[in-house]
Design a protein around this ligand. Sequence first.
Ligand code: MTE
Length: 323
Amino acid sequence: MLIRKRRGWEIPESAATSEAVFRDRRRLIQALAAGPVLASGLLGGGMRAMAADEADPSARLYPFKRNPKYTLDRPITDAKYVEYYNNFYEFGTDKDIADAAQALPIRPWTIKIDGMVEKPFTIGIDDLMKKMPLEERLYRHRCVEAWSFAVPWSGFPMAALMALAKPLSAAKYVKMETFMDPKVAPGQNQFFYPWPYVEGLTIAEANNELTFLVTGMYGKPEPKQDGAPLRLAVPWKYGFKSIKSIVRFEFTDKRPVSYWEALQSDEYGFWANVNPAVPHPRWSQASEREIGTDKRVPTLIYNGYGEYVAQLYAGMKGDQLFR
Ligand code: MTE
């Protein structure tokens, strides 16, 4: 494929704008656009609130009870950084997509479960949440661009969805798909990207206890820019595996080709397990920058989650496991 992706991942993390600088610039632009009175308020330290969708009937369910099993080795990242420094290519290729993402309607929101299952079905997000064991978990998130955060996700283990979906024994993979609506997501009009965004896991990965389907964060429903109303969290893998705004789980015996793999298979593959010893072809993965503090910390194999997941890859070798 001759297509070269643009911006974002073209540049190494060291050359990217720190989100603190970027946020200040964004606030300044907003403040100037709003006029002098508002401007002085914003520049005086006011942070624009990103309110949860008022029409979101799940809002009253939060906060979920925290599962104490999953602990962090670092402080939780301040929510404002996680909410305003995003990758969501449907809404643009830079980090500043939070406003654009507000155009995404998240109710009604139906999720299709099909392919190699006992009986395909479609279910609304609120009905699905009623059937799932809801909890909060503290997880780290490591982007392939070498930045990271620590976040309280709300949601449910993917294993519970697997039990509901009842895949056939011949199914080897689950393929997940993001919504497709170029009218609300301008990025989807860019024909050279392989829309819709797709990701995949093996059945064993999907059933791993760490694999989590996220409906919210920081004790509230998920902001749209972070992947409302349903996204994936697989914290031992690079962040691009954490597909946002999911509308379909399709069970299959063929390994899915994910969005980034379709775009640039020499750089992004199916497994994408974090490994500081395997550099990205264009930059090192040895360390990461914590957004919010800008602290550089060493990256850990499987992002520190090896005790839960290393056995999934026993006997498998090669760098392709780590990109
Ligand atoms: N899902 C969709 N549908 N579209 C995207 O562009 N970006 C991925 C992942 N999921 C992406 C996506 C990448 S590269 C990362 S690092 C995380 O979402 C970013 O999640 P955040 O914006 O909540 O930090």
